[in-house]
Write a protein that binds this ligand. Sequence first.
Ligand SMILES: [Zn+2]
Length: 498
Amino acid sequence: MFAENQFKVEIIKELPEDLAITVYRCGDLVDLCRGPHIPNTSFVKAFACTNASSSYWRGKAERESLQRVYGVSFPDSKRLKDYSDMMEEAQRRDHRKLGQKQELFIFNPVSPGCCFFLPHGARILNKLKTFMQQEYWERGYEEVVTPNVYNMSLWETSGHAANYRENMFVFEVDGQEVGLKPMNCPGHCEIFRHRTRSYRELPLRMADFGVLHRNEASGALTGLTRVRRFVQDDAHIFCRESQVKDEVEGVLKFIDDVYKIFGFEYELELSTRPENYLGDVETWNRAEHQLKEALTASGKPWKVNEGDGAFYGPKIDIGVFDALKRKFQCATLQLDFQLPINFKLTYAPEEQGKLERPVMIHRAILGSFERMVAILLEHYGGKWPLWLSPRQAIVCPTAPKPESGYNKEAILEYAKEVRGKMHKAGFYVDVDMTDETFNKKVALAQAAQYNYILAVGPTEVNSGEVTIRVRDKKDQALSTVSVDDAIRRFREEVAAFQ
Ligand SMILES: [Zn+2]
């Protein structure tokens, strides 16, 4: 049937002898395909070709080069138009473009997949980190700092050597094989077991902003969404089996609080025991029951993916929707019965002479900071809210008329003084020192996404004030206030966000 197509023949030849092969027919076309196909092409109402590129057969550079054509189809042209508009908006918001425009980060072939964060990008990363640290403070997490390089023996205990080795950077030190950590968990298990633990210490919530490395294929690296070096807002909760519900409820609340601040919608899915599970069924059942209780207590709708859990424990998947309704996976909430066994973790319960095994919960809220910066950049379309903004305000001097009694230098001096006060109060403020016209300065400041523009001229110098303009409003009521009042307003706005 497919003799005219060498590629289909190649696929067929590789299939087992006894396998039934399915084909699909659509008019004259008979395709080697799992299906389903639409019955005929009259169902295609609106169609667009979105992309065409050459690609190697089976992704192998030594094989034939083929053309790959991408297209989308919708039941009507209105929906196709909505989709195209959304894609255009997504392209305008592409974090790689905005990141370059806002001078947030760069990549360099000397270290593929590893981001160089520029000063303004680092400001955002640091804000996100301090934000998480404040949350940890209130929610009873303790931060730890752990090594990057571990002897391979640790990865053998954790199971990474057997299952994850090809994704790790492995090298030799002092004749011994070592690996850069792709995850923090094994290090946290070592901290847990470095001395005897009592039930009184549980739950133990261990947070880590450690640097992780994963050896992603170079072809898969794209901007900040797929990188080799990244940092997570990672934490592991070691708890008793009976504490799972409360802990999971706490994490779900944490996720809800944080995502509200960002303006993310999200959905919750529980993945339950797969066929190839480890451990005993009762433990799984009890844990899944607690997860369901916690999900119900969250008050959010949730659904079950039967049998979709990891072999070492059930998990809750959190799908986040950004402003363009695109779905991402950022947060993690994964129960683990296996790692505590691998690392022989125990604690002493109430009853003397006995030892019990803790349950481990892997959890992250933001996921990787790098990816979150990309998602937020696109979500906000580059318009950072004040608390996260790397450019919170710029002081723009107006050109003084000669009769005002002030010259340019005097106004600029005052502008720097204002900037000094705001800087001291902890805000990222710049001064426009160019000779552009005032209107041009404002336009440039708006394009650079400064949240506020503080105009100063002879009147402001006289009264010790600034005139505040908001970034995005077209017809705005300008307000002239003292520098201290401006600082107070900024502080209030920042506090309202968190
Ligand atoms: Zn983990």
